[in-house]
Design a binder for this molecule. Structure first.
Ligand SMILES: [Fe+2]
Length: 303
């Protein structure tokens, strides 16, 4: 069975790569590890060679989702197993700095998926300045066909299904975090597959407040939140990066206990034990949910 254990990196196509580099280094507090001759920037949250890749492009969107597999896997064997499922892949050597080998294929929306088992470490540690998140936590994909995409990640990479909000969003995970992917129907409104948002995990409420203050000092307004979601129960706040991508900073995400099929119980859970379920389209604290955020995302892509 093939299942990655983490979302390792996101490759973002960027129109103004310099502005994005400034944002990711000076505001988000990632470290620029390497710049390729082609202008591609590789940035690290702390340990891995890279967790964010910025690729100069005429359009801004998500290009690649990189997932790390445990070192018990051989990419050659994974390639054979995926072929048996009718998925054609490319095994690439030295395609990216810090990554000796990766397996590449497309998901149903055409986003590229990379699987890899080892990445060069350590990067230059966590920085002292900027937001400095713990990790890249999840990606929200604006799919053209969320059901098809969810089925793909569940069948091919054995993601666990964890929740659904209205007809809008589907949450799946490859580890204990409530979601590593949120596959939503934004693509249907935009007319093409797009990234809905990218999310970084912070340490605690104090870190979240400091981060929102820091954003304000850098003239970056918080667009929505902080408030607690229903699905995932993460306390989330969203802002725009320089290209208008929605960036979520969150804490307190539900942790899945796959052995029993429910989430680690918390006092604020609406039911005990809390299992995967269908939520209405709102947030746990009564704040209107993603209509607002969808509007922000649509503003970017409808331009
Ligand atoms: Fe999110």
């Amino acid at each position: 069975m093939i299942r990655p254990f983490k979302l390792g990196y996101a490759n973002l196509a960027t129109k103004d790569t310099k502005a994005m580099e400034d944002y990711y280094t000076n505001v988000m507090g990632l470290t620029l590890v390497e710049t390729g001759d082609d202008g591609i920037r590789y940035l690290s949250t702390g340990l891995d060679h890279h967790n964010i890749i910025l690729t100069p492009n005429l359009e801004s969107n998500l290009q690649v989702l990189g997932f790390q597999l445990g070192n018990q896997y051989s990419l050659h064997d994974v390639k054979i197993r995926l072929k048996q499922q009718g998925i054609s892949t490319q095994l690439k050597s030295d395609a990216q700095p810090g990554l000796p080998e990766l397996l590449e294929f497309e998901d149903p929306d055409g986003f590229l998926v990379h699987l890899y088992t080892s990445m060069e470490t350590p990067a230059p540690h966590f920085k002292e300045n900027g937001i400095v998140p713990n990790k890249l936590g999840h990606l929200a994909l604006g799919s053209m066909d969320p059901k098809k995409s969810v089925a793909f990640y569940r069948e091919v990479l054995n993601f666990h299904y964890t929740d659904r909000i209205g007809e809008r969003a589907n949450f799946i995970t490859c580890n204990s975090d409530h979601h590593v992917l949120n596959i939503c129907n934004l693509g249907q409104f935009v007319g093409r597959p797009v990234m809905y948002h990218i999310a970084f995990e912070l340490r605690d409420a104090s870190h979240q407040y400091q981060s929102l203050d820091f954003l304000a000092k850098n003239n970056i307004p918080t667009l929505w939140g902080p408030t607690r979601h229903t699905a995932g129960h993460n306390i989330a706040a969203y802002h725009h990066d320089p290209e208008g991508n929605l960036v979520e900073l969150y804490i307190d995400m539900d942790q899945l206990l796959p052995e029993v099929g429910y989430f680690d119980p918390r006092p604020w859970h609406e039911e005990l034990p809390l299992k995967a379920r269908h939520w209405e389209d709102n947030a746990a604290w009564g704040t209107g949910y993603e209509n607002t955020l969808y509007e922000f995302a649509l503003q970017k892509y409808k331009k």
